[in-house]
Design a protein around this ligand. Structure first.
Ligand SMILES: NC(=O)c1ccc[n+]([C@@H]2O[C@H](COP(=O)([O-])OP(=O)(O)OC[C@H]3O[C@@H](n4cnc5c(N)ncnc54)[C@H](OP(=O)(O)O)[C@@H]3O)[C@@H](O)[C@H]2O)c1
Length: 256
């Protein structure tokens, strides 16, 4: 029997690297999955890649839209009968710039998606999980929840805020048997790190990747699947006494 047999999960940012790998892993372990994204075309392509027609559904929602977030949760409950796992994973690196050059629009946009969006997911997942007698809320933090990085003030601030949300939600929801944890990936070999490389080092993206890789104890970026492995563990009952923490999966990046 799968490690998530009988459970229903909602995953935001499902059209991205980590989201798709996690959706695939959850489906393989027996979960029903509501894949949420902001692009109908990307969700359609995702459905074709993932298969599992009986246990996979999709919903188009902008992460910062409260009504759409409420509707995606309602649709999950009506389609699959309840909600056990919420993976608030949608996030953006935004436009990167030193803090005295960054525009207020760029700063606000990252905070809206990465903080307000995560809070909205928690807000609507919690009542549905209470109905079920408990659940697991996961959010995608980052090594940026712990450390600083030049030219990423908005992103670093947003991921530190996510850690604060997780600690507070764990205290509020613990009595309802709802666990709340953050995943903290280091650099992952996907679109987001490619974009950060292009913005930070447009003249030589490969050199940027090589330089960042050298600061990782394991000497390389993570794969999306390596992050999904941790999401699976925290979503499952195997982590039944874990809540309120940031769990790094960073190849030793922050060990230095
Ligand atoms: N990649 C890394 O190295 C790394 C490291 C640490 C933490 N993280 C975090 O991991 C999470 C997933 O990112 P990823 O690495 O999988 O990168 P990704 O491939 O760029 O995926 C990001 C996902 O978030 C969605 N998204 C972004 N803004 C949105 C919005 N306003 N409304 C709805 N959806 C939105 C994207 O949708 P579209 O497909 O439509 O763009 C995509 O599905 C993010 O929270 C990110 O901050 C990533």
């Amino acid at each position: 029997m799968g490690r998530l047999h009988g459970k229903t999960a909602i995953i935001t940012g499902a059209t991205g690297g980590i989201g798709e790998a996690t959706a695939s892993r959850f489906l393989a372990e027996g979960a029903n999955v509501m894949a949420v994204g902001r692009s109908a075309a990307k969700l359609e392509a995702l459905t074709e890649r993932l298969g599992h027609a009986e246990s996979l559904a999709t919903f188009v929602a902008e992460a910062t839209d409260e009504e759409a977030t409420r509707a995606s949760t309602d649709e999950t409950v009506s389609r699959f009968g309840g909600l056990d796992i919420c993976f608030a994973n949608a996030g953006t690196e935004g436009n990167i710039a030193p803090l005295d050059v960054m525009t207020i629009e760029a700063f606000r946009s990252v905070m809206e998606t990465n903080v307000v969006g995560v809070w909205l997911s928690m807000k609507y997942a919690a009542p549905a999980m209470r109905e079920r007698g408990g659940g697991s809320i996961l959010v995608t933090g980052s090594i940026a929840s712990k450390i600083g990085f030049p030219a990423l003030a908005h992103y670093i601030a947003s991921k530190h805020a996510v850690h604060g949300l997780v600690k507070t939600a764990a205290l509020e929801l613990g009595p309802d048997n709802i666990r709340v944890n953050a995943i903290g990936p280091g650099p992952v070999d996907n679109r987001m790190m490619e974009s950060i490389g292009e913005q930070m080092s447009p003249e030589d993206v490969a050199a940027f990747k090589a330089q960042i890789s050298q600061t990782v104890a394991l000497g390389r970026y993570a794969t999306n699947d390596e992050i999904a492995n941790l999401a699976l563990f925290l979503a499952s009952d195997e982590s039944s006494y874990m809540t309120g923490s940031l769990h790094l999966v960073d190849g030793g990046f922050t060990a230095a």
